[in-house]
Design a protein. Structure first.
Length: 174
């Protein structure tokens, strides 16, 4: 997939919440449930294309009506019912084709899990990361290392919710 980051062009954007050690999940569940992140997530992805793995899809909120969802799954074993706006693909080549079809005028948001972030990290032009100031022992899913020499980092918000400090950070590819 070739995407540019000129103003107005479609981009691949990674969006996640992670702890102090880049942890994002444990036992196929998201570790962080901050209202701020949920609101930002909905605001950002609404009307765009969202790409995720099966477990992330099963946790995704249902209220994303105007969003095209692409799910990469080897098993097609879904707990959540598939709607008309969901496309399931079995392999990365089909995923790339579907992204190209659906993203003509829309950004593509990669929202998890770990394997999806690893797959798209080198193609992303932007990331929105909610950095949670906590660590979780036993986490088994992690966001890839962010090589700061490749990204411009801008803290957009610092706040506290549910006794949890966090920062909302935008990374733009240099």
């Amino acid at each position: 997939m070739v995407y540019t980051n000129k103003k107005g062009d479609k981009m691949i954007i990674l969006m996640a919440s992670m702890g102090n050690n880049n942890e994002i999940g444990k036992d196929n569940e998201n570790l962080w449930s901050l209202d701020f992140h949920k609101d930002k997530f909905k605001q950002e992805v609404e009307g765009n294309v969202v790409v995720m793995g099966r477990n992330t899809f099963n946790e995704l909120p249902d209220e994303l009506d105007n969003t095209k969802k692409i799910v990469l799954s080897k098993t097609r074993k879904f707990n959540k019912q598939l709607g008309k706006d969901v496309t399931v693909v079995d392999n990365v080549l089909d995923l790339i084709k579907k992204c190209r079809q659906l993203s003509q005028k829309k950004d593509v948001y990669i929202v998890g899990g770990e394997s999806m972030f690893n797959l798209f990290m080198d193609y992303a032009q932007k990331m929105y990361i909610t950095k949670v100031d906590k660590s979780v022992e036993g986490a088994d899913a992690y966001f890839p290392e962010i090589k700061l020499q490749e990204w411009d980092e801008k803290v957009l918000n610092k706040d506290k919710e549910k006794d949890t400090n966090f920062s909302f950070v935008e990374y733009t590819k240099k």
